[in-house]
Design a protein around this ligand. Structure first.
Ligand SMILES: Nc1nc2c(c(=O)[nH]1)N[C@H]1C(S)=C(S)[C@@H](COP(=O)(O)O)O[C@H]1N2
Ligand SMILES: [Mo]
Length: 328
């Protein structure tokens, strides 16, 4: 491995290029980068395209329908830190189908959400294809404030809108042979152009998976909205997973298919870098990522990433009382 200095996570300005991308750079593109005289420290400069838009412009351009009569689940009404600004949670995103930077909100508007269907099948007694509007009506919608932690060591607090995953499970009735469940995101190479030259090596479509008992846990949530309104496209409209005790990549966005299976399925980041993105991916301050510590996290806030507040990472992202028994 040639001697190129990979920046420490906290040195990457605004995390414009994610650590996941740097991983691919190292594995497959280091030689080309060296030939081009590019050092890893220069890479983040590539992604500053649409930072010019103000938060207000972004909120206006990606406005969605508000929910009426929403009520916040009192069990998940607040956490130990303030809710992240809506303008930040909707402009600082990871969504590789629309680019390898955090500024994908504009590109993600290409996602076609009309006539959306979600196919649920595999090892279930009642396979079903839900029309998204029927699915929205079928399950009781509530609001939940959850901590959200990305494997890249940044964190937010988001008021999600949606319903517990276990309700959908009860509707399709998994068979006893079903041990895992796989979630597949929308993919159409004409639309989801990806993270430029790097993305041709990614195992599209984006997939994630859980153990069936993890899906049955009280906390596992399907989000249909955030901040009191329907999900904007950049946050994974019209349906995404939210698994608050795991790193963010475990939650697939813009889900089109859900399959119950017997064996642990291959998943997107785990296929790309099994040493860096393990299947379980529970938030754990004591288990460092091979390229950075997970002992602390930076709270996405206004200003530049180097000015953000740092906090100690919580085991299971603070949700041990709900989930620790799944792993004993
Ligand atoms: N389909 C799809 N789902 C995805 C991703 C992605 O690139 N594609 N990124 C994941 C990662 S790494 C994170 S941290 C969260 C980011 O969600 P947010 O943009 O709403 O904060 O989405 C997850 N779900
Ligand atoms: Mo992430």
């Amino acid at each position: 491995m040639p001697l190129i200095r990979v920046p420490k996570s906290w040195e990457i300005p605004d995390r414009e290029i994610t650590p996941e991308t740097v991983f691919l750079n190292r594995r497959r593109f280091m030689t080309n980068l060296i030939a081009a005289g590019v050092t890893a420290a220069m890479l983040p400069l590539a992604g500053c395209k649409n930072n010019a838009a103000t938060s207000k412009e972004i909120l206006d351009k990606t406005a969605t329908q508000a929910y009426n009569g929403l009520s916040r689940n009192p069990k998940f009404a607040q956490v130990d830190r303030p809710i992240t600004d809506e303008a930040l949670a909707t402009k600082y995103n990871n969504f590789y189908e629309y680019g390898g930077t955090k500024s994908i909100w504009e590109a993600a508007q290409a996602l076609p959400t009309e006539n959306w269907k979600v196919e649920v099948g595999g090892l279930v007694k009642n396979p079903k294809t839900y029309d998204i509007d029927d699915l929205y009506k079928k399950f009781p919608i509530e609001e939940r404030v959850y901590r959200f932690r990305c494997v890249e060591a940044w964190a937010m607090v988001v008021p999600w809108v949606g319903f517990p995953m276990k309700l959908l499970m009860a509707d399709v009735e998994p068979k006893s042979e079903a041990k895992f469940v796989r979630f597949t995101s929308f993919y159409d190479p004409k639309i989801t152009k990806g993270a430029g030259v790097f993305s041709q090596f990614y195992p599209w479509p984006y997939t994630e998976a859980l153990r069936v008992e993890e899906m049955a846990n009280d906390l596992a949530f399907f989000a249909t909205g955030l901040y009191g309104r329907k999900l904007p496209k950049q946050n994974g409209a019209p349906l995404r997973q939210v698994i608050p005790w795991k790193y963010g990549f475990k939650g697939a966005k813009s889900i089109v298919k859900i399959e119950f299976v017997e064996k642990q399925p291959a998943t997107f980041w785990n296929t790309i870098g099994p040493n860096e993105y393990d299947f379980e991916a529970n938030v754990n301050p004591e288990k460092p990522h091979p390229r950075w510590s997970q002992a602390s996290e930076r709270i996405v806030g206004p200003g530049n990433s180097w000015s953000w507040e740092t906090r100690p990472t919580l085991a299971y992202n603070g949700y041990g009382e709900y989930v620790a028994s799944l792993y004993s």
